[in-house]
Every structure is written in structure tokens, then in C-alpha cells.
Write a protein that binds this ligand. Structure first.
Ligand code: 8X3
Length: 314
């Protein structure tokens, strides 16, 4: 093992490392200088991409920096999390169904960190396995953090009027998809005796609301599976936790109402809903805790929301 691989550096510990003399390593010094200079200017600035990726690869090889795989990374909470983790020096494997968006995202975020993309539908178990197992190169072949974010709601109907396709979609994506991805990644985490899994649940996984029936069922399943994973992976030093957001202003309601924008927009009118960035900030907090700390279960709602059924609108 490269001697520097034994040195742990967290994205927030640049100053500490400075004191510890990491600046003696010229390429790391150059990379950190570059990052410190460009960080405040954000990823949107036209940066020298090649310089950045060359340095970041050197950095990831020499230091034990972390790689996160995010499902549903092309929009909403997944997208904000990808951007936030890139800003905080995590290498990324971004997964989604929209190839074009994945390509754009890779183009944008690889200016900051090493990025790989995988295009698959979490419902397709063969594809999930094939795509994730195709990651052979460092740092993508060592997933330290799995963020099971892909998920959505289909319909908001009473149980006697629900559609079987909607029910299949929610169970297949929210529950089985999460399991397929986890099933592929967990064995390698177990082997390394190291890993961190964050399942994106929902307040719908904590309480059931009228017409939420199957969606709430799928998120309650995520809640139970998270606990089950934490229990079973306890011998292997794998942290498992859930982040459960309430109402977040994303395309969630547009998907739920099958493209009915007017109905979807109404869900977020008259109060300030959570924004995807608010949830990404919580995820960043969870992944940046020291190794002995596991955020096991965290629910986050906007101030206007008190429960799944109590929402203060203007
Ligand atoms: C999203 C929150 O209340 O729309 O999972 O089910 S809710």
C-alpha cells in the first residue's frame, strides 16, 4: 500500500493536514492550492478541467479519500447530493436512467472530482449487477458510501381505486431497487470491513396518510430494511442510516401526478418547502461524522410541516 494511503484526510480537514505537513507532497500541495482557490468560485466557473482531474486522481490515489455511489443522481435530492459531495471532494459514481443528464453531470462535476456514471434502472436486477460490477478502476471500484436515493411516488388514490402499475412501480423502485443495488455493493463493503449506507426514506415511512397507502408502505419497508441492514451489517463495521425528508420541492409531485404540473405545483404553494439542497446538507453531515458516529435515523421537515397531515399554508 502506498504509504500515503494510510493517511486519512477528510474533506474538511485540509487545515489539520496543512499543520501535519502534507504540504511536503508537492502534487497534493498543488491540488489543495488549486481547490482552495477555485472552491469559493463554485463549479459553475469555467475551470481548468484537465488540471483539476489530473490532480484529483493523484490525490485520490495517494490519500484514502472516499467514493460515494448515488442512485437517482440526475435530479432532486440525488442531484443536490452529487453536487454537494463533489464540492466536498468525494469521488462519485452517479447512477440514473437519463444518459444525457448523466453525461452533462459528469462533464460538470469532473472539473472538481473523479466522476463515473452508470446508466440503469434500479428495477433491472441484471443490469444493476452488471453495471456496478463493471467498475474496475480506482477510485470507482471501492465504494465507501452508498446513497440509496432512487425512489418516487406514483398516484395518490384510495386503496380501492389504486392502479396495479403504480403499485408495482413503487414497490419495484423504492423497495426492490434499493435491495438490488445494496445486494451488489454490500459484499465488497463487508470484505473491506468498511462502508456507509444511507437510505433515503421519507416521513411517509414513519406515518401513513390518506391515499398514501402503497407509497407509505414502500417507505415503511425502507425504514424496516434500514434497521435490518444496520443489525446484520453490525459485525462488519458498516454504518447504516436513513434520512427521512418530508415535503421537498422537486419533480416528486410531477411524477406522482403523472406530469400534471398544475396539480404538482400546488403541493408546494403557500409555504416554504424543503429544497433538495437542505436534504443534501443533512446527507453531507451524516457522511462527514467521525468513524465511531452513525446517524441512524434522521427525519427532516420544513418548518411549516408538523406531520404528514399538518401543514401550515399561508
Ligand atoms: C415525500 C413526502 O409527504 O409527499 O416522501 O409523502 S410525502
Amino acid at each position: 500500500m502506498n504509504c500515503l494511503k494510510a493517511v486519512k484526510i477528510s474533506p474538511t480537514s485540509v487545515t489539520t493536514k496543512f499543520k501535519e505537513g502534507l504540504w511536503d507532497k508537492p502534487h497534493i500541495s498543488m491540488f489543495l492550492c488549486y481547490r482552495l482557490l477555485t472552491l469559493p468560485l463554485s463549479r459553475k466557473r469555467d475551470q481548468n478541467k484537465h488540471l483539476a482531474s489530473a490532480f484529483s486522481l493523484l490525490l485520490y490515489k495517494d490519500l484514502d479519500m472516499k467514493t460515494a455511489l448515488i442512485t437517482g443522481a440526475t435530479s432532486g435530492i440525488g442531484l443536490a447530493t452529487a453536487q454537494t459531495l463533489a464540492d466536498n471532494n468525494y469521488a462519485l459514481v452517479l447512477c440514473g436512467r437519463n444518459k444525457e443528464r448523466l453525461t452533462q453531470l459528469k462533464e460538470e462535476l469532473s472539473q472538481l472530482v473523479p466522476v463515473e456514471t452508470l446508466c440503469f434502472d434500479v428495477r433491472d436486477k441484471e443490469k444493476v449487477e452488471e453495471q456496478i460490477n463493471s467498475l474496475k478502476e480506482f477510485p470507482f471500484n471501492e465504494i465507501n458510501i452508498l446513497i440509496n436515493n432512487a425512489g418516487n411516488a406514483h398516484g395518490l388514490d384510495p386503496i380501492d381505486k389504486g392502479s396495479l402499475e403504480d403499485w408495482d412501480a413503487m414497490m419495484d423502485i423504492n423497495v426492490k431497487g434499493l435491495l438490488y443495488v445494496s445486494h451488489t455493493i454490500i459484499p465488497k463493503m463487508r470484505e473491506r470491513k468498511n462502508g456507509h449506507i444511507i437510505n433515503i426514506g421519507s416521513t411517509a415511512g414513519k406515518e401513513v396518510y390518506p391515499n398514501g397507502n402503497v407509497y407509505c408502505g414502500s417507505k415503511h419497508a425502507v425504514d424496516a430494511i434500514t434497521t435490518g441492514m444496520r443489525l446484520d451489517l453490525n459485525p462488519y463495521n458498516i454504518r447504516v442510516g436513513a434520512v427521512n425528508p418530508g415535503l421537498v420541492e422537486t419533480n416528486f409531485s410531477q411524477v406522482r401526478f403523472k406530469g400534471d404540473k398544475e396539480r404538482a405545483d400546488k403541493v408546494y404553494q403557500g409555504y416554504m418547502a424543503l429544497q433538495p439542497q437542505d436534504v443534501a446538507d443533512v446527507i453531507l453531515f451524516a457522511v462527514t461524522r467521525p468513524p465511531h458516529v452513525n446517524i441512524a435515523d434522521l427525519t427532516v421537515m420544513c418548518t411549516a410541516q408538523a406531520s404528514s397531515t399538518v401543514l401550515k399554508k399561508n
